[in-house]
Design a protein around this ligand. Structure first.
Ligand code: NDP
Ligand code: HSE
Length: 444
């Protein structure tokens, strides 16, 4: 076991060091001391088994919200941290895909175990990195990458391992759930809610990843890898974010008995094709997901033996995510401290490329808001456009007159294919009485 030497230590790390000999602790090189990295540091600064050798940051002179980090512990050279011969476990909490891929590759090739919370990295490069970990006989763990503090990766792989998984679906992004909750319950604007979510450390460095659904696409792709052993390019996943949703849609949904949530969904069809997508949905008030508020996430898993299982908890934020990352570190540390026994944690099996169900073949009920001229026969024309496409209506409501004199109309359809709905939509768009198509949403 390597012995740490020459490093500057925090007061707590020094205290821990005094009580341990070098061969009874595990040496960590961490990349990133932002929201999640700070949480991991706080969890382990008093821990006798875990020793921080170096922590890479972009700007070592930055004022940080942890008062006891010795600046000499910090480095601006992440490759030096990864290559340090003393380091046994590299913890990547920097984010982004390309540089993280290089660093993690370097770490695995240097025989280091890796822990990361980087869903983009795992979604884009997981299979090649798992392969590298296997070849180098080290572990690559990533519990924090999906749904923050909720244990989902390990339970899906191990605890539900006897099941053929049929469906994984849920609220997988804390930032957007926080925004939608505040818009629904407090009447906040989108901008105010996003800015608060950023201040609380929930959002990605570029929050476009959250609000346009990229983050959920990465996470559902990772879940599909574990649940179905299928590789899905996250960029091939049908994806819509929440930026088109207005206070008006939230209000109409409420009157109809729904709340709007951003949902990530992956389900296996009987013919072996994978239906995987990310978009906002109207969730019925009586569905358990409707009560998932603020930064909380919830995931439904359906297995052939177990039936439905639901996982619920904080999906973003400093300490909840650090909880998941720290558990991975401890899983590895426990193996190392017991003398390099096989670590009692998972290995990701080789996966095959997924055969995706085209979006046009997916089925759903739909909510459509549009503005139309306020004159006779308009409702009849809408009904005809839907009827001609084989789309039956469950509800059609005029919701008032807009300042420009058009009528705001809301339709709720019965369950139809996306292709049928698109056909009806094109026909409605082409009608002279249609002023504007507002928002089209699917119903859970
Ligand atoms: P932050 O932006 O808060 O922190 C990023 C850290 O990485 C900072 O300390 C930054 O340094 C450092 N860094 C960035 N670029 C470099 C570089 N080139 N070299 C060295 N260090 C660098 O991100 P988060 O902590 O929020 O997220 C980290 C990872 O965890 C991401 O992959 C994210 O998706 C994931 N995650 C985040 C969650 C959350 O709730 N925030 C939840 C689950 C996963 P400096 O401090 O000097 O700027
Ligand atoms: N930005 C992400 C979210 C962090 O809001 O869910 C957790 O992965």
């Amino acid at each position: 076991m390597p012995s740490p030497s020459g490093q500057a230590l925090s007061a707590q790390n020094s205290a821990a060091e005094q009580s341990r000999t070098p061969d009874t602790r595990v040496v960590i090189g961490m990349i990133g001391l932002g929201t999640v990295g700070s949480g991991v540091f706080k969890i382990f600064r008093d821990h006798p088994d875990i020793f921080f050798q170096k922590i890479a940051v972009r700007d070592a002179s930055k004022i940080r919200n942890i008062d006891d980090v010795d600046t000499e512990l910090l480095s601006q050279d992440p490759f030096a941290v990864v290559r340090d011969p003393e380091t046994q476990v590299v913890v990547e909490l920097m984010g982004g895909a390309e540089l993280a891929r290089e660093l993690v590759t370097e770490a695995l090739n240097h025989g280091k175990h890796v822990v990361t919370a980087n869903k983009e990295l795992i979604a884009k490069f997981g299979p090649e990195l798992f392969d590298l970990a296997r070849k180098n006989n080290v572990r690559l763990l990533f519990e924090g990458a999906v749904a923050g503090g909720i244990p989902i990766i390990m339970p899906l792989k191990l605890s539900l391992g006897a099941n053929r998984i049929q469906r994984v679906a849920g609220i997988l992004n804390g930032t957007t759930n926080y925004i939608l909750t505040k818009m629904t319950q407090e009447g906040w604007t989108f901008e105010r809610a996003l800015s608060e979510a950023q201040a609380k450390g929930f959002a990605e460095a570029d929050p476009t990843n959250d609000v346009e659904g990229f983050d959920v696409a990465y996470k559902i792709s990772v879940l599909a890898l574990i649940a179905f052993k299928q590789v899905v390019d996250p960029l091939s996943i049908f994806r819509e974010g929440i930026t088109r949703i207005t206070a008006e849609d939230i209000q109409h949904a409420r009157e109809l008995g729904y709340v709007i949530k951003l949902i990530g969904l992956a389900q296996m069809e009987d013919d072996g094709r994978l239906d995987i997508r990310v978009h906002p949905m109207l969730v019925p008030n009586e569905h358990p997901l409707s009560n998932t508020q603020n930064e909380f996430n919830a995931i439904f898993v359906k297995g052939d033996a177990v039936g439905d299982v639901m996982f619920y908890g904080r999906g973003a934020g400093e300490m909840p995510t650090a909880s998941a990352v720290a558990a991975d570190i401890l899983a590895i540390a426990t193996g190392l401290l017991k003398g390099n026994e096989p670590i009692p944690s998972m290995i990701i099996d080789p996966a095959t490329p997924a055969n995706l169900l085209p979006m046009s073949e997916t089925t759903s009920k739909y909510y459509l808001r549009l503005n139309a001229q306020d004159r006779p026969k308009v409702v009849g024309h809408l009904g005809n456009a839907c009827g001609d496409a084989g789309v039956s209506l469950e509800a059609l409501m005029q919701k008032g007159i807009n300042p420009d004199g058009t009528a705001s109309i809301v339709l709720l359809t019965k369950s139809v294919t996306e292709q049928q709905m698109n056909q009806a939509l094109e026909s409605i768009r082409g009608q002279a009485s249609t002023a504007e198509i507002g928002c089209l949403l699917r119903v859970l």
